[in-house]
Design a protein around this ligand. Structure first.
Ligand code: ITT
Length: 199
């Protein structure tokens, strides 16, 4: 079986595919390979809203079940920013590197003990003509004073896991996929697929 995710982020596809393959033998594919599809504007003010919108729009076009991942970073002292704007935090032409720079700049002078943060991942599963299922996973940590590690993507080099004493980017993929926000959400989605769809 193959599950389509309405994403063009290859890092998400890689992580989701590893987790769904392991647990259910389901292959995850992104939207590359589906040709020209309209850009879905992420204009909702919650992860749930954006995830449902991406999944529902693409499910309606492809006329098949489609999932979506809307995720981001919430920093307590920044009142939850960058939140749903995580991908575009540094403005037009945003890249992971520029977003990380912008985050460090916003936290200048804030000591490590006041840098509490959470990664959030919301997964939505949409069927044409059915109610959309939504699950949320979180991973709590802190924003580091400087980036460390080469694995993962996005804000991983700045996301400290205080219990482990390393950043998310210092963990190999197998470990990130056991402890991440995306892992927590995926476990809930797998539970749901087993209960409601007999996978
Ligand atoms: P799609 O909308 O096509 O899925 P996107 O990259 O635009 O791709 P989002 O709108 O959900 O995805 O933005 C999520 C951003 O949050 C992403 O670009 C990263 O900067 C950050 N992020 C999400 N998951 C992350 C993770 O596991 N590690 C590090 N950063 C992450």
């Amino acid at each position: 079986t193959e599950l389509v995710f309405a994403t063009r982020n290859r890092h998400k596809v890689e992580e989701l595919d590893a987790m769904f393959s392991d647990a259910l033998g389901i292959r995850v594919v992104g939207l590359d390979g589906f040709g020209d599809l309209p850009e879905i504007v992420e204009d909702r003010d919650t992860f749930e809203g954006n995830a449902a919108k991406k999944a529902e729009n693409i499910a309606a076009i492809l006329q098949r079940p489609v999932a979506a991942d809307d995720s981001g970073l919430e920093v307590e002292v920044l009142k939850g920013a960058p939140g749903v704007y995580s991908a575009r935090y540094s403005g037009p032409g945003a890249t992971d590197a520029r977003n990380n720079e912008k985050l460090l700049k916003e936290l200048t002078g804030v000591p490590e003990e006041k840098r509490d943060a959470a990664f959030v991942c919301v997964l939505a599963l949409a069927f044409p003509g059915e109610e959309t299922r939504i699950v949320r996973g979180e991973c709590h940590g802190r924003i580091a004073m400087q980036p460390r590690g080469e694995h993962g993507f996005g804000y991983d080099p700045l996301f400290l896991l205080p219990k482990r004493g390393c950043t998310m980017a210092e963990l190999p993929a197998e470990v990130k996929n056991r402890i991440s926000h995306r892992s927590a959400a995926t476990k809930k989605m797998i539970q749901l697929l087993k209960e409601q769809f007999q996978f």
